[in-house]
Design a protein around this ligand. Sequence first.
Ligand SMILES: [Zn+2]
Length: 277
Amino acid sequence: MAQNDYYTADEIKQRLSISTLVFNGYRPFSEESLGELVRNNITRIELVESPDQYDLSDIRSMRLVDATCRKSGVEVAAYHAYMTVFRDVDSESKRQERVDICRRQIDTLLELGGTFWCCHALAEEVATESYQELARHIEGTAAVIAIENFNRAGVQVADRVKYLDELDLPDVGMILDVAHEMKADGTNPMTVAGEAGAMINLCGRHLRHIHLQGYKDDTGHHPPLIEGDEIQWREIFATLAAIDYPGEFTFEPRGMLANLETLDYIGRAPERLAALG
Ligand SMILES: [Zn+2]
């Protein structure tokens, strides 16, 4: 294939990261658990918000995380600030306080060398004003704010695209989670030939980040290419290459002890996915 039609294993590996969701319930965030990633050729992470272990908005806390990552040879690519939402905000002072937490999270992310601040953007009316303020805050920095899709009315892919069209902020875009979109008949379009690519094209210029995972028996958060995985991997990567997708390839498998081979699957994913092209 000609250049840009598909990715080489190296190109996938350079942009590969894993969500620390894989540790959730099984490993504390530590040098030892990061070492397990490195032994499986995984050296970049999306750090999931975990207030019992560290505070994304507190630089003293995040410098400890940074030191642990550096010792292990791991880089932070993204934060997943899924708990920092605007749902419970009922006054302007509370809203400003919440925006301030977001700003501090983005600042520590940048100090750790990361780029993508991933969030869920609940309560859109309050969120809109807040994202406008955050967009001003990240102007001139490398930071990107990315909003995830969910399989609920108002926050599906088409809704997110419409919202981002209206918001029209250059560094506020979306995360496409390949396991979060269902059609009325319950089918995940990312498992259907022709529809997976169409979904990525629908996101178009708004697509800044992606959550990748295997999908089978109506559930996601599996490693990629496990037996029975229904995701249209070749079509997804071909379409990402075609639109010159600028973001990460972030894998989001759940709990490593649920499947001891999880990290092996992620580590071998670049070669296996490149071979599909
Ligand atoms: Zn996700």
